[in-house]
Design a binder for this molecule. Structure first.
Ligand code: S3P
Length: 436
């Protein structure tokens, strides 16, 4: 028996208020991984209590790392050093998390024990060749199911440093190689076609590992040591994207978000929305964090510049809804990666928006969306957390009630979304059901 969760969303609410969205998923994953490989104690604050990041913490516990939870959003990790992980007695379940699986594979490829990484239905369909190929070049031994999970990792004699240029702009590929590179004598180099989020290299450096960061080139020297430290995790810009777009498209709304991480490699959505005419006030509060105030604005369709795509790769489901509410046509290209995320986000969002009466033309690497009025409908999120939250925004401004199916995976990244949405004035009724 599997449990399913649908959302029934009433339109017509006005979104007003001040909220803080949960901790950054990318940084939360990395904080557990790096703190585990460091020596000594690390204290993590603001940790995302989502299913993805909890799965990563569970995996490192299975690998012999003592991780305490003094309170919600807090973890104390007793690092075991680069060579202190222990063989797991069971398969390691990454759940829905591509970041978890790809980065942990880089670490496990270098261990002297075998391990198997598994994931849920969605993760089991996602491409892993992008990491297994370069890791194999380093000497790793990883078997997959035709390039997809599960990943069966067998101990390799020793890893060799490589100089690698990934074909796709991917922080996950870069990170997997840098983490494996911690164990490879010499310098492991990753050259990026387009810069991607740089948390792995910056956090490695903060823990004391020998990392070099230059434009277009990141490297790590194997055999270094990391030392435990305090990590404060900011709010996740990718979660903030939903209240940002919701407030923009919902008439009468004004929302303030507190302490949002505003790294340049993550905030392409703000640039795109400003091109569309959005009124956004971003007030930096400390290094890398800001309060953001959003007022309802009538947006206009634009051509999204292709070089913005990697800086907003997780924000397209929300942007599709902004485009559906804008005057005119929004054109998105160069975004083929969306087809291999937690779902095929181009297909899932195009199908759902069409059901709501929006004109959408699909291309291999993007869409054209003609803005207009949205009709209430039953739409499928395909179990993709970001599609579910984006469709909730669309449902909030539709002409009548909508049902969004398969929403349980919102727990992976934004566990209190329904409560925060309600606190802002929106209305989601959760409808749980069981099916065999
Ligand atoms: C992530 C990188 C991105 C992003 C994902 C998180 C990370 O994936 O889509 O949600 O934490 O490194 P890619 O690097 O595959 O684009």
């Amino acid at each position: 028996m599997t449990r399913g969760l649908d959302w029934r969303v009433q339109p017509g609410g006005v979104l007003r208020g001040e909220i803080r969205v949960p901790g950054d998923k990318s940084i939360s994953h990395r904080s557990i991984m790096l703190a585990s490989l460091a020596e000594g104690r690390s204290e993590i604050d603001g940790f995302l209590e989502g299913e993805d990041t909890r799965a990563t913490a569970r995996i490192f516990s299975q690998l012999g790392v003592r991780i305490e939870t003094p309170g919600p959003g807090q973890r104390v990790v007793h690092g075991v050093g680069l060579h202190g992980l222990r063989a797991p007695t069971q398969d390691l379940d990454c759940g829905n998390a591509g970041t978890g699986m790809r980065l942990i594979a880089g670490i496990l490829a270098a261990q002297s024990f075998p391990s198997t990484l598994i994931g849920d239905d969605s993760l089991s369909k996602r491409p892993m060749g992008r990491i297994t190929e370069p890791l194999t070049q380093m000497g790793a031994r990883i078997a997959s199911s035709d390039g997809k999970p599960p990943l069966q990792i067998t101990p390799a004699a020793a890893l060799t440093a490589i100089d690698y240029s990934p074909a796709v702009a991917s922080a996950q590929v870069k990170s997997a190689l840098l983490l494996a590179g911690l164990y490879a004598p010499g310098e492991t180099v990753v050259r990026e076609p387009h810069p991607t989020r740089d948390y792995t290299e910056r956090m490695l450096a903060a823990f004391g590992w020998p990392v070099s960061i230059e434009p277009g080139r990141v490297s790590v020297r194997g055999g270094g040591r990391g030392t435990g430290m305090a990590v404060r995790v900011p709010s996740d810009f990718s979660s903030a994207a939903f209240p940002i777009v919701a407030a923009l498209v919902t008439p009468g709304s004004q929302v303030q978000l507190r302490g949002v991480g505003i790294d340049a490699r993550r905030t392409g959505l703000l640039a795109a929305l400003r091109m569309m005419g959005a009124q956004l006030e971003v007030r930096p509060t400390s290094l890398g964090e800001a309060d953001i105030r959003i007022d309802h604005t009538q947006l206009r369709g634009v051509d999204i510049p292709e070089d913005l795509v990697p800086d907003m790769i997780d924000e397209f489901p929300a942007l599709f809804v902004a485009a559906a509410c804008a005057n005119g046509t929004t054109r998105i290209r160069g975004a083929a990666e969306l087809r291999v995320k937690e779902s095929d986000r181009i297909a899932v969002m195009a199908a759902a928006l069409r059901r709501m009466g929006v004109e959408v033309t699909e291309y291999a690497d993007g869409v054209d969306i003609v803005g207009g009025g949205l009709a209430g409908a039953e739409v499928d999120s395909a179990g993709d957390h970001r599609c579910a939250m984006a469709l909730c925004i669309a449902a909030g401004v539709a002409g009548s009630c909508s049902t969004i199916t398969d929403c349980a995976n919102v727990e992976t990244s934004f566990p209190d979304f329904v409560q925060l949405w309600g606190a802002l004035g929106g209305s989601i009724e959760e409808v749980a059901h069981e099916f065999s």
